[in-house]
Design a protein around this ligand. Structure first.
Ligand SMILES: *Cc1c(COP(=O)(O)O)cnc(C)c1O
Length: 422
């Protein structure tokens, strides 16, 4: 499509947008007396307006039903995770039996690694992308130590080549191949939080399996951003948080995927708790953990209703918009953002996110050689909310659920104005 750097063009795109009605389902933070230009859904998604009523429902049921709410609430609490795992099936490309929501992201990463990282003297290495999100680095470092290995021997990082910002798929596959005698687990972020690079999950998974290793992914920046096909891609496990593109609210319940070949295998090792136990015998209170033969067999504790309810409400909007339509709009908006940024002269920055839209989600990462922090401050003063990540990146993410082409255009106008006064 021919893009034009004008408000009229942006308005026309918004008029044609079949998802435009969802914008008014969200609260925008107010800045300078009006809606901020919120392009930070990669960090914390906005609050859907239906969340309050959903929370009120659970408060009312707690008030009215007390313990009987487990089976007698409007949404019985016994099965609360399933109100989220069902709409996640299309977002994650998995059956409901392969999905659950529980705990939070880093906790789930640890629990999945307890099942999928069981190193031996021979096979003990973990392959990650360099510059992975710190929480993932800490999780892997401490897991490795927990099993008695040294991080410097057991953790391999794939880096971009000198002078490059992105990691080449061929380099990832080469290392997997080369380490095939000692590799236990390949653990990648689906999208790198800093560069916005979306990795080739099916190719990485296939290579890991060929090498005799498991493949797991942290989909924090993928969930609700890019639809994936975890089942068909044969991914072993995945974890994610729900407060970024999924708009589940701060600290919302995290999610997990376990491929059916393990989810259905009660003998597959994991740490147990009663909420992961086979339901027909859960309340017999007997000895002997019998896991459910689904991903829910990794659950431990009673469903955290108030930590799930806002995600449940948000996912109703995802079901009604459809993840495919969201992705289509997202590609259009991010491509437009990229076009507009290419028109800007006078400030020194580079977009380090891949320019192929199949290798990125909503986010573009702008790397500033100098003055980045100052420019970020001027954006903030002008009513833009985007985030700054050390050492030099401003991440800009138009979220298709609630952002518009006009948001993208106004962002451009402000940064062009900053550039002309730089
Ligand atoms: C956001 C993010 C996290 C945060 O983990 P929590 O346990 O939810 O605090 C971890 N890893 C990645 C890759 C992230 O993007």
């Amino acid at each position: 499509m021919e893009y034009v750097a004008s408000l009229a063009f942006a308005k026309e795109q918004d008029q044609k947008d079949p998802l435009s009605r969802f914008r008014e389902q969200f609260y925008f933070p107010q800045r300078n007396g009006k809606d901020s230009i919120y392009l930070c859904g990669n960090s914390l998604g906005l609050q859907p307006k239906n969340v309050k009523a959903a929370i009120d429902q659970e408060l009312a049921d707690w008030q009215q039903c007390a313990v009987e709410g487990y089976w007698g609430a409007k949404n019985p609490w016994l099965y609360y995770q399933q109100y989220c795992s069902k709409p996640l099936t299309s977002i994650m490309g998995a059956s409901q039996q392969e999905l659950t929501v529980m705990n939070t992201l880093t906790v789930n990463l640890h629990f999945m690694m307890l099942s999928f990282y069981r190193p031996t003297k021979q096979r003990f290495k973990v392959l990650m992308e360099s510059g992975a999100f710190p929480s993932d680095q800490y999780a892997v470092e401490t897991q490795v130590k927990f099993h008695g290995f040294e991080p410097k021997d057991a953790i391999i990082e794939v880096s971009p080549r000198p002078g490059e910002q992105l990691i080449r798929t061929e380099d990832i596959l080469d290392i997997i191949n080369r380490e095939s005698d000692s590799l236990a687990l390949v653990l990648f972020g689906g999208i790198n939080y800093y560069t916005g690079q979306f990795f080739d999950l099916p190719a990485i998974t296939a290579a890991a399996h060929k090498a005799g290793a498991y493949a797991g992914f942290d989909l924090a920046h993928v969930a609700g951003n890019i639809p994936v096909s975890l089942h068909d891609w044969n991914v072993d496990f995945a974890v994610w948080c729900s407060y970024k593109y999924l708009n589940g609210g701060p600290g919302a319940v995290g999610g997990a995927f376990v491929h059916e070949r393990y989810a259905g295998n009660r003998g597959f090792l994991r740490l147990g708790g009663w909420w992961g136990n086979e339901e027909s015998v859960r309340f017999k209170m007997e000895k002997g953990f019998v896991p459910k033969d689904t991903a829910e067999g990794w659950q431990h504790s009673t469903a955290q209703v108030f930590n799930m309810v806002s995600l449940k409400a948000s996912l109703e909007l995802f079901e009604s918009a459809g993840i495919k339509a969201l992705r289509e709009k997202s590609i259009g908006m991010t491509n437009y953002l990229e076009f507009l940024l290419s028109q800007i002269k006078g400030i020194n920055f580079e977009i380090i996110t891949p320019n192929n839209c199949n290798e990125r989600g909503a986010q573009l990462s702008l790397l500033f050689k100098d003055k980045g922090k100052e420019i970020h401050q001027r954006m903030t003063d002008a009513g833009i909310i985007v985030d700054w990540r050390e050492p030099g990146v401003i991440r800009v993410s138009p979220a298709p659920m609630y952002n518009s082409y006009q948001d993208v255009f106004h962002f451009y106008e402000i940064i062009a104005n900053i550039a002309s006064n730089a």
